[in-house]
Design a protein around this ligand. Structure first.
Ligand code: BTN
Length: 272
């Protein structure tokens, strides 16, 4: 018998957050992100959340698939309608990664690292990933594009005991790392509580988002990848170098082995 997901219990535990009244659970779906994007087009509310027991076409970054077997993982998408420039959407990625890290650490006592911008790693293997998909519009041709909505998709490998051959060297699960099974609901609750605080601190609903003093510092403190890590970067034709902090907007700086200071815009950072 598959574990039944306690959605009412999650809703009670989230009372007072922007997510408490907008939770939907699906036994099986292609992708919770696709579902959320479609719902956003049809007017779904800020703070809506979709959780699936299984995804048959889970989406990862860079057109990868996200392995999403029934019962083993947490697959969740959150729809937000923040007052925020598209150019600042990275802040949501960084805040979400911190929220996932907090949730895993609080529930399991494991200490995942964050590979900029938003991969959750234990050792060298990934236990969680985040896919942020946006829709934006400019009010005038020269105006900055503003977000119409953003879907934040989070996948956490909770109880997987094995992975397909192509993922074995890359992926791990909380169960594999801790030697025990975990209920998914407490991790989801801690994640959504932490995300609720991150969104509040960005001020994304009331007055338009501004980078909260401390987000970048908290991120740099939470990730071993921000300073002094020798990396290869799969961007701008590919290069190698040593990470050299975040710039004022949250992008990763890399002092290239070629003597150039690079700014990484979209990810593709790997240990060298
Ligand atoms: C990554 O490649 O690291 C991002 C993975 C994101 C996976 C999650 S699972 C829930 C949501 N729905 C999807 O189809 N993808 C995201």
């Amino acid at each position: 018998m598959p574990d039944l997901f306690d959605l009412p219990g999650v809703a009670v535990a989230l009372a007072g957050t922007r997510f408490a009244h907008n939770l939907q659970y699906l036994p099986s779906v292609g992708s919770t992100n696709v579902l959320a994007l479609e719902a956003a087009q049809s007017g779904a509310a800020h703070g809506s959340v979709w959780i699936a027991d299984e995804q048959t076409a889970g989406r990862g970054r860079s057109d990868h698939k996200w392995h999403s077997p029934a019962g083993d993982g947490l697959y969740v998408s959150v729809l937000l309608r923040p007052k925020m420039a598209l150019a600042d959407a990275l802040w949501l990625s960084l805040g979400t990664a911190l929220a996932v890290q907090t949730a895993i650490a609080t529930v399991t006592n494991l200490a995942p690292d964050i590979r900029w911008p938003n991969d959750l790693l234990i050792g060298s293997r990934k236990c969680g990933g985040i896919l942020v998909e946006t829709s934006a519009v400019a009010s005038q041709p020269d105006a900055p594009a503003m977000l119409r909505y953003v879907v934040i998709g989070v996948g956490i490998n909770v109880n997987q005991q094995s992975f397909p051959p192509e993922l074995q060297a890359l992926a791990t699960s909380l169960r594999h790392e801790s030697g025990r099974k975990w209920a998914r609901e407490p991790i989801l609750i801690e994640f959504l509580r932490a995300l609720d605080k991150e969104i509040a601190s960005l001020g994304a609903e009331l007055h338009g988002a501004s980078i909260e003093a401390g987000l970048l510092e908290r991120f740099a403190a939470a990730s071993s990848w921000i300073r002094g890590k020798h990396v290869s970067v799969d961007e701008a034709g590919g290069y190698t170098g040593v990470t050299d902090g975040l710039d004022a907007r949250g992008f990763l700086r890399v002092a290239g082995d070629d003597g150039t200071l690079h700014t990484v815009l979209s990810g593709g950072v790997r240990a060298k």
